[in-house]
Design a protein around this ligand. Structure first.
Ligand code: GN1
Ligand code: MG
Length: 370
């Protein structure tokens, strides 16, 4: 490992973890931050923590994320306590001796939270019960924050899901072609151009005031849900780095993009990629049951389009990173971002061909004609 054991000892002592660090296991999921499961021997009993080093290329102002997280987790924790709900329903970040929830030193920007016992994350999931439960968890997360004062939040990554701005930026980078990679991705660029009107429709609707902004999670991959190992039910939603004002359709859509795909986000064999409509239905049932009562008709009518939009947006983002030299997303091998692009492009096309069916399912569940 490129980070020495000593660094973990120093971070642990900053967060007042009194025991000795006895084990550090890198966790591979997550395309941005570095995450480690750390075990400490506290008075002869082992206690587990999750240590994360924030990617400061992506998050230019990591203190802002931690301020958002502080507000959001405290707000949810209060609600949970008031309503007698399961305290595992929110993450508990540790404070340092100075009473702040991060440590910044020569080795980076670190935060620590307590590992939620008996919990597990999944990447690919074909268990419909789990998908329904994940849908409920993300819907519930949004409902818990429905009366949260959004003016307390920093916009940690401006225009994060402004697909229109991302496409404009992408074409500027195509024109620059700084790595000389544009010639080999002509087909993918044509796809982005062809589907630009549909892919940027939600951004246009926001500009026209046709969709409300709410406090949303913005990174609703199923591996950002903790499941109870015993019951298989979702316990809590994690990765709160991008909680910001956003669209309900983005949260629904990004979850579908990841969890209702028959293959991994970066599957090299695109013949395996496609939308599994039963997984889509299961997630939609859980999510819509939680949020439908508080949504406008336009929001419900754009949920399925949100899935296409987020998949289209990831085509743009992965390809943008590829042609600008792979600086944003962690890559595991040369060309990884191009493999991701092609998998997402295949999925976006599949969703496009199934949009009517996807809308029909939302209609059936919500009772709103689309
Ligand atoms: C990143 O770090 P992770 O894996 O939760 C990215 C998301 C992308 C996702 C694609 C801050 O999320 O927006 O959808 O990769 N997060 C950020 O897998 O850019
Ligand atoms: Mg993330």
């Amino acid at each position: 490992m490129d980070i020495s054991r000593e660094v973990f000892d120093i971070v642990a002592s900053n967060f007042c973890i009194r025991g000795k660090v006895v084990d550090v296991i890198p966790m591979t999921s997550g395309n941005i931050n570095r995450t480690f499961m750390v075990t400490a021997d506290v008075n002869g009993g082992f206690k587990k923590y999750v240590f994360q080093r924030i990617n400061t290329f992506v998050f230019k102002q990591p203190r802002y994320i931690m301020s958002n997280i502080d507000h959001v987790t405290k707000f949810i924790a209060e609600k949970i306590e008031k309503n007698g709900l399961n305290p595992d329903g929110v993450m508990h970040f540790l404070d340092t001796k100075d009473g702040i929830n991060y440590v910044e030193d020569g080795d980076g920007f670190w935060r620590v939270y307590e590992y939620v016992p008996n919990s597990i994350t999944v990447n690919l999931c074909n268990d419909l019960g789990k998908l329904r439960s994940a849908g409920k968890a993300f819907g519930n997360f949004q409902m818990l924050l429905s009366d949260f004062d959004a003016s307390k939040l920093y916009e940690t990554i401006p225009n994060f899901h402004n697909t229109k701005a991302r496409v404009e930026n992408f074409f500027n980078n195509v024109a620059k072609d700084e790595c000389g990679r544009v010639a080999e991705v002509k087909e993918e660029i044509e796809f982005i151009e062809k589907f630009r009107p549909l892919g940027t429709k939600l951004s246009e609707m926001v500009e026209a005031g046709e969709l409300p902004l709410r406090v949303t999670h913005n990174d609703t991959k199923i591996n950002n849900v903790l499941f109870d190992i015993t019951t298989g039910e979702a316990k809590t939603v994690i990765d709160l780095d991008t909680v910001m004002p956003g669209l309900v359709a983005h949260d629904f859509g990004d979850a579908i993009r990841f969890a209702a795909n028959k293959a991994a986000e970066d599957e090299p064999d695109v013949s395996k990629v496609g939308l599994d409509i039963e997984r889509y239905r299961a997630f939609a049932e859980g999510f819509i049951a939680e949020v439908a009562h508080s949504l406008t008709e336009n929001e419900i009518k754009t949920l399925a389009l949100g899935a296409f939009t987020m998949t289209y947006e990831l085509v743009v983002r992965f390809l943008d990173d590829y042609i600008t030299g792979d600086k944003y997303f962690k890559t595991l091998y040369e060309g990884h971002n191009l493999v991701r692009t092609r998998a997402q492009l295949t999925l976006a096309k599949d969703m496009y061909s199934m949009l009517d069916e996807m809308n029909a399912i939302v209609s059936e569940i919500s009772g709103i004609k689309i």
